[in-house]
Structures are given as structure tokens and as C-alpha cells.
Design a protein around this ligand. Structure first.
Ligand SMILES: NC(=O)C1=CN([C@@H]2O[C@H](COP(=O)(O)OP(=O)(O)OC[C@H]3O[C@@H](n4cnc5c(N)ncnc54)[C@H](O)[C@@H]3O)[C@@H](O)[C@H]2O)[C@@H](O)CC1
Ligand SMILES: Nc1ncnc2c1ncn2[C@@H]1O[C@H](COP(=O)(O)OP(=O)(O)O)[C@@H](O)[C@H]1O
Ligand SMILES: [K+]
Length: 494
């Protein structure tokens, strides 16, 4: 399992280890691991090392000392910008500082201009960041980001909250890294919200601590192992009834495309039969996808099939009535888009949803999640893990909080962050396709938790596959996702 540790969890691991390891051991190991990552990235010899007042700065000073070396033929020409704190440095920091000063590294007072840095090492702040970067430090971070040179961040890009992936603000700044080498355990903030943009490629350096010495983490990264129990090649002796029915309920006037996209997501990920039950039926057949059966939502009886409710559904009286009926019934549900907004506006519907025994997956984007929680979308984005956890527990459902690094949570408090997908998905209709894939996996007998994890993984990997083949991220369309998702799912099942 790819565990993700909160700052509090890292601190408690650190606390437990302090009793067993000689002082400074972890800092030296962090310095060595980061030095080797820096050497790996270094194409040239001019290195700028930014060292802050805490232990993140000590790690950086270790890197500076290692890269510059005491000998004249050391490979790197290292410049250090060191920011001592108001308090006296710790014994470890003082040792790292003495090592760096004894090396060939130059200490500068301000950012030297006109130097073509081969690599910048960011050791300003790690998990000890307490407030937004201000003054000279803020200006320095702006200048570093403008240089556009390769940056290796130590532990966490400075300015980023390791728990939430938010740049500490308001109107905050953070180092934009090419790569982040993170120590002891990986951290959620590197993988969601702004974290993916600021951390770049994430590398874990466990510092010699074996996983058995670490307590279970509160979150983890999504990976096929988490849903592989449902991945299997199809039996030859199967028929369409073996793979379930999905009915997508939605499609108010002017929004017919949304349920069709969801239906295609469901069809191409293997549901046996797929229906669109439209609020305002416009067409008897989808000529581009004649396999999809078109029905009128008011007359439709889904039997024991899976319902995907909400895409393009609107907020009419008919939409409300159909949603009420779905919540009263016992069908497995995927609840998306307008259906989420209707539920957000009705404490009665929220109560009914929470009381249901049948599985439900909710797929809100941040604004929909905010409406459900009665807060603003910036509050949701400010702590995506907490928001997803809270919604799952309040509404007794599996929740997929969408966006860069989608967060999947369940009512028992499990939280997973999805690493697949890219900004090509920031296009109308891609969420509809995701809802359809969720419904498809539910209809094929997957448990709600694994269906959500599998669908989010496959949906993101489909977008990654399209980008790898040149179809995006700019201009990627939601309609291209179902075919790519099919390829990803079949590859996984093999
Ligand atoms: N947890 C561990 O066991 C290990 C931690 N290590 C390093 O230690 C780091 C944590 O060290 P610290 O707890 O000293 O924290 P940091 O080095 O992240 O920063 C804390 C210091 O910065 C000050 N500060 C915080 N925000 C500020 C701001 N916005 N402007 C100005 N000053 C600010 C604090 O008052 C404090 O002096 C980790 O990120 C990692 O790099 C590694 O050496 C390996 C082992
Ligand atoms: N920048 C991004 N990086 C990764 N995934 C993204 C990004 N932007 C959007 N997505 C994904 O695309 C989908 C968009 O869904 P949604 O916002 O509901 O759009 P729509 O309602 O138009 O279909 C979600 O699965 C979301 O996680
Ligand atoms: K840092």
C-alpha cells in the first residue's frame, strides 16, 4: 500500500524513532538521499541551495556540503542562501551549518543575479511551515519560480501545506518544484489540489525506516491492487445478463449530451445493457451509439439495475420526483451533478440518502461538495480530505471529490487519493463519463468502494493514455474517454 502520512503522523513516527536512533541520524540520511536525487537531476555544475531556519534548512545544508565537497575537484559549484531564524539553531542545524561552511560552497546574502543555475535545491521549509511566506522569502520564491530552472524540493515544496496540498495563503506563494524528495513517508498534500502542480515528480526516501516501524497511515494513494479483487478476465460462458443493467437518469431539455456521455462510459466499461431515461426525451435513438436504449424517465422502471442519476437532469419538478423515487428504491446508485444539488437543497433527501441500505457513490466536484456541506468551495478545496471524509460519513456513501488528485472516502473513514488523470479532463462532460464508469462497475457486481476506486483510476488513466498518444491535454474531449477507458480496463483485467 502506498501510504500517505499527515504531518501529525510523521511527527509521531519521528518522536518514536528519536528514542532509538542517535541524534542527527535522520537528518544525515535525508541529506544523503537528497544529494543522490540532486546528482541524478544535475546536468551542469551550478547549484543554488536555499536553506531555511529549521530542519528542512539543515537537510539543505547537508546537501550543499555533500555536493560541494571539501576537495577542489568536487563536481558542483554550490551557492548557499541561508536564512537563520531568530532563535539559536539546534545542535543538528549547527553541525550541518559547520559542515557546509567547511565545504567549498559559497554563502551569499542575496540571490546572485545572472547565474544560469543547473539546479536549485529548495530547503526553505518542510512540514514545519506555520504561516504564509512573507517579505524577502516571498520575493525570493517568486524570483525562483520565474527563473524556470530545475528545482528539487526537500520533503515538501516550501509554501505548500503537506496535509492539504493548499499553498498557504491567502494569496500565498510556494516553490514550483520539478521533483520533490519526501522523507520517511509520502504526504497527501503532494498529490491533491495544488500539490500536483507544485511538487512535480514525487520520490519517497524512507530513510532506512522499514514499513513495519511505521503505524498505519490515515490515507493512501490509489493503485490497481486496491480494487484488483474485482478484475478478472470474462468467462466464456457469459451473457449480457451477467454484466448488469445501467440506467442513466438525466437529460433535461438542452442537456441531452450529459446522460449520453455517462451511458457511453457505462457501455464501454462493460455493462451488459445500458439505458438513458431522459427527463425530456428528445430522441428515440442515439445514432452514434445505437446500443443505448432510450426511455422516458417518468415511465421508466429500472428493476434491480444500477442507476446513475443526475447528469444534465436539471431541477424541475419531474427531476425532483424521479430523484425521490430513486432514493426510495433499493437500486445501487451513482449520484452526480444536478441530483447532488437537489439533495444539497433538501435536508429530507439527505436524511433519506443516509438511511438507505443499498450502495451509493456520490461524485461531487468541489462546488457540489460545498453545497452539500453548506460551505464555500474554497473551504472544501482548503482541506479536500476532510471534506470528502465528512460527506461520506454524513451521507453514508462512498464519495469521490473530483479535481486534480480526486479524493475517495467512505463512511468508515477510509481515504484514498487518485494519482491518474491530467488537466485534459478539465473539459465539459468528463465528469458524466466518470459517473457512467462508476455505474458500470457497480452493475458488474463490484462493491461500491472498489467500484469508485476502479472507476476513478480507469477514468484518469484513460486521459493519460490519450495524452500519451497526442490527443490532449489541450482539446481532449469527454467523448474520447469511453474508448480509452475500455482499453485501460481490459489491460488491467488481463
Ligand atoms: N520528521 C523527521 O523526522 C525528519 C525531518 N526532517 C526535516 O525536517 C523538516 C521539519 O523541520 P522543522 O520542524 O524544523 O520545520 P521546518 O524546517 O519546515 O521549518 C520550521 C521553522 O521555520 C519557521 N517558520 C515556519 N513557517 C515560517 C514562515 N512562513 N516564515 C518564516 N519562518 C517560518 C518556524 O518557526 C521554524 O523555525 C522536514 O520537513 C524535513 O525536511 C529530515 O531531516 C528527516 C527527518
Ligand atoms: N486538472 C485536472 N486534473 C485531473 N483531473 C481533473 C482535472 N480537472 C477535472 N478533472 C476530472 O475531470 C472530471 C470533471 O468532472 P466535472 O467537474 O463534473 O465536469 P462535468 O460536469 O463537465 O462533466 C472529474 O473526474 C475530475 O476529477
Ligand atoms: K522544502
Amino acid at each position: 500500500m502506498k501510504s500517505l502520512y499527515s504531518v501529525a503522523e510523521i511527527r509521531s513516527i519521528e518522536h518514536a524513532l528519536a528514542a532509538t536512533l542517535p541524534a542527527g541520524t535522520l537528518m544525515r540520511r535525508a541529506g544523503e538521499a537528497a544529494t543522490s536525487a540532486a546528482r541524478d537531476m544535475l546536468a551542469g555544475h551550478k547549484v543554488l541551495v536555499l536553506a531555511g531556519p529549521g530542519n528542512n534548512g539543515s537537510d539543505a545544508l547537508e546537501v550543499a556540503a555533500n555536493l560541494a565537497g571539501p576537495d577542489t575537484d568536487a563536481q558542483a559549484d554550490v551557492t548557499v542562501l541561508y536564512f537563520p531564524g531568530a532563535a539559536a539553531p539546534s545542535v543538528e542545524t549547527a553541525q550541518a551549518l559547520a559542515r557546509a561552511r567547511a565545504s567549498k560552497a559559497h554563502f551569499a546574502g542575496t540571490l546572485p543575479l545572472g547565474r544560469d543555475w543547473s539546479l536549485i535545491v529548495d530547503g526553505l521549509f518542510g512540514i514545519g511551515l506555520e504561516r504564509p511566506l512573507a517579505g524577502a522569502m516571498r520575493a525570493l520564491v517568486d524570483s525562483i519560480n520565474e527563473l524556470g530552472r530545475p528545482v528539487l524540493a526537500l520533503d515538501v515544496p516550501s509554501g505548500l501545506d503537506a496535509d492539504t496540498g493548499a499553498v498557504i495563503g491567502p494569496d500565498g506563494v510556494a516553490i514550483r518544484a520539478t521533483r520533490t524528495i519526501t522523507f520517511i513517508g509520502d504526504k497527501p498534500g503532494l498529490h491533491t489540489f495544488e500539490g500536483r502542480d507544485y511538487a512535480g515528480q514525487v520520490q519517497l526516501a524512507p530513510l532506512g525506516i522499514d514499513p513495519g516501524q511505521r503505524p498505519p497511515a490515515g490515507a493512501c494513494l490509489n493503485e490497481p491492487a486496491l480494487f484488483s479483487l474485482h478484475l478478472a478476465p470474462r468467462r466464456q460462458n457469459s451473457h449480457k445478463g451477467s454484466f448488469g443493467d445501467v440506467a442513466v437518469i438525466g437529460g433535461a431539455k438542452g442537456m441531452a449530451g450529459a446522460p449520453l456521455l455517462a451511458a457511453r462510459g457505462a457501455l464501454f466499461c462493460g455493462a451488459g445493457r445500458v439505458f438513458v431515461a431522459a427527463i425530456d426525451p428528445l430522441t428515440a435513438v442515439d445514432f452514434a451509439q445505437p446500443e443505448i436504449m432510450m426511455r422516458d424517465a417518468q415511465e421508466f422502471d429500472s428493476g434491480d439495475g444500477t442507476l446513475v442519476i443526475g447528469p444534465g437532469m436539471g431541477d424541475s419538478v419531474i427531476a425532483m420526483r424521479v430523484l425521490f423515487k430513486a432514493l426510495e428504491g433499493t437500486a445501487p446508485l451513482v449520484i452526480d451533478a444536478d441530483a447532488l444539488n437537489l439533495i444539497a437543497a433538501s435536508p429530507d433527501l439527505q436524511g433519506r440518502l443516509a438511511q438507505r441500505a443499498a450502495p451509493a457513490i456520490l461524485t461531487p466536484h468541489p462546488l457540489e461538495a460545498a453545497r452539500l456541506l453548506g460551505v464555500t468551495s474554497s473551504v472544501v478545496q482548503g482541506d479536500r480530505l476532510a471534506a470528502a471524509r465528512e460527506l461520506a460519513s454524513r451521507l453514508n456513501a462512498v464519495v469521490v471529490l473530483k479535481g486534480s488528485g480526486s479524493v475517495i472516502a467512505n463512511a468508515s473513514g477510509a481515504v484514498v487519493i487518485n494519482p491518474t488523470g491530467n488537466a485534459g479532463l478539465a473539459t465539459a462532460g468528463s465528469g458524466d463519463v466518470l459517473a457512467g464508469i462508476c455505474g458500470s462497475l457497480l452493475a458488474q457486481g463490484w462493491e461500491a468502494w472498489e467500484a469508485a476506486l476502479g472507476a476513478v483510476w480507469v477514468h484518469g488513466a484513460a486521459a493519460d493514455r490519450l495524452v500519451a498518444h497526442g490527443s490532449g491535454p489541450i482539446g481532449l474531449t469527454a467523448g474520447e474517454l469511453p474508448l480509452a477507458a475500455r482499453a485501460v480496463l481490459n489491460a488491467l483485467a488481463r
